[in-house]
Write a protein that binds this ligand. Structure first.
Ligand SMILES: [Zn+2]
Length: 55
């Protein structure tokens, strides 16, 4: 997982060849913590499942 941007092909929203997610927010819930991530290129937001999903 490279954190430095060797290839800076930032550009067209929604046309990422591959989304690159960065942490957008972390939400504490009764069952654990959920996290949302945002694509640094196009701004798409995706919600990650609970970080501590017991079952
Ligand atoms: Zn994207």
């Amino acid at each position: 997982m490279a954190i430095d941007d060797a290839n800076d092909n930032a550009g067209v929203p929604g046309e990422c060849p591959e989304h690159e997610w960065k942490v957008h927010g972390i939400y504490l819930r009764g069952t654990g913590a959920s996290m949302s991530v945002e694509c640094k290129w196009c701004g798409a937001i995706q919600y990650e499942p609970s970080l501590s999903d017991g079952t």
